[in-house]
Design a protein around this ligand. Structure first.
Ligand SMILES: [Mg+2]
Length: 365
């Protein structure tokens, strides 16, 4: 089998709530590229290259990198994933989001060619479903509590509260949400780097009676000393997200015990194989991990679900439901039900591109 054609289809999904924002940016549209790798027997594999500017990957820049990768893929054996990825690494350092799109499309193609669900290529499943954590956009406390109630009513039991570094207001946000949702809902907070280390410690101390279970990325991504200070100073588990931007970063975080947990994501780590490598490092070092927010098309969350099913030590809820707040998804096939996502058992990733012919624009190779 050989790779015969590679296409990149634009994927622009408007936010249902145009005011959606986190501490680093507001975005009305979630953007990326669908990577379509065609084999010479007609089998097609799909991946998603996620534009995440706060992780260094712009929409336009990703397309340029992907266009550069396309000619080197033509004629290759799509099962030779390690050799292909090593070649891409030699071609361009970093740009994990582009490499993740290729990695996922190759895995999807292999699963479809073998007529297996993707998880069978990742070691088989250790679970059939995961609880889904949903994310609350930064807003005034009462409105966040109201939106949290809607998630609760829809069956979700794990809520992530975005905060923006204003200690008084952030404490008020969490207090309003806890008061409205009651004692049984699992709450975590994500500062997306907004705090100084001392403000992060102050904020979490002032939330001591609110049963926050995880504090994600309190300080700047490269402030390793600040991250360790927060981790060592608070009783709540501290999780790295932006600080864990590569397998090498995860190795650094784990070997120096800078955090208690790591948020693993396919785009930032460069694909399925690298997420498994990062998970193994966490397991070896006794650090918790889970699948963080896979924002974009259902294709991306489905592929993350296959990983969540195959990784033995996934702890806490995974953020595999953000597709429900985005419009115009070109893929169908998975939905959250009663706050859970169930592993698809269909061939490949378990989602379908609709319509299957997609668009011919932006074709390469
Ligand atoms: Mg985060």
């Amino acid at each position: 089998m050989e790779i015969a054609k590679v296409e990149f289809l634009p994927c622009n999904m408007p936010q249902e709530d145009p005011e959606w924002r986190f501490s680093l940016r507001a975005s009305k549209v979630s953007q990326g590229w669908i990577v379509c790798i065609h084999a010479d027997d007609g089998t097609v594999g799909y991946g998603y290259a996620s534009a995440t500017p706060h992780m260094g990957a712009s929409y336009e820049g990703l397309k340029g990198v992907l266009d550069g990768f396309a000619p080197t893929l033509i004629g290759k054996d799509p099962f030779a994933i390690e050799a292909i990825l090593a070649g891409l690494e030699r071609q361009v350092r970093g740009v994990n989001q582009a490499k993740a799109g290729i990695d996922c499309a190759l895995h999807d193609l292999m699963a479809r060619a073998l007529k297996l669900p993707l998880y069978q290529l990742l070691g088989g499943k250790v679970r059939d479903s995961v609880p889904v954590m949903r994310v609350l956009s930064i807003k005034e406390p009462d409105e966040m509590a109201e939106r949290g109630q809607r998630l609760l009513d829809a069956g979700y039991r794990y809520i992530k509260i975005k905060v923006d570094g204003d200690v008084d207001l952030d404490v008020a946000r969490v207090r309003a949400i806890r008061a409205r949702l009651g004692p049984d809902v699992h709450l975590i907070i994500d500062a997306n780097q907004a705090y100084s280390p001392k403000d992060a410690i102050t904020a979490i101390d002032r939330m001591a009676d609110l049963n926050v279970e995880l504090f994600e990325q309190p300080v700047k991504y490269d402030d390793w000393a600040g991250l360790k200070l927060v981790t060592d100073s608070v009783s709540v588990a501290v999780e790295a997200d932006e600080s864990a931007g590569s397998v090498r970063d995860v190795m650094h975080l784990v070997s120096n015990r800078l955090v208690d947990a790591v948020s693993l994501k396919i785009p930032k780590l460069g694909g399925l194989r690298n997420v498994i490598a990062a998970a193994r490092i966490c397991e070896a070092g006794g650090i918790r991990y889970r699948l963080g927010a896979h924002v974009g098309t259902r294709l991306l969350s489905a592929q993350a679900m296959h990983l969540a099913a195959a990784l033995p030590d996934v702890q806490f809820a995974c953020e595999l439901g953000e597709f429900t707040r985005l419009l115009d998804d070109p893929f169908t096939g998975i939905e959250n039900e009663n706050g859970m996502l169930t592993l698809p058992e269909e061939i490949g990733s378990g989602v379908s591109l609709n319509p299957p012919e997609g668009g011919e624009k932006a074709a390469a190779g």
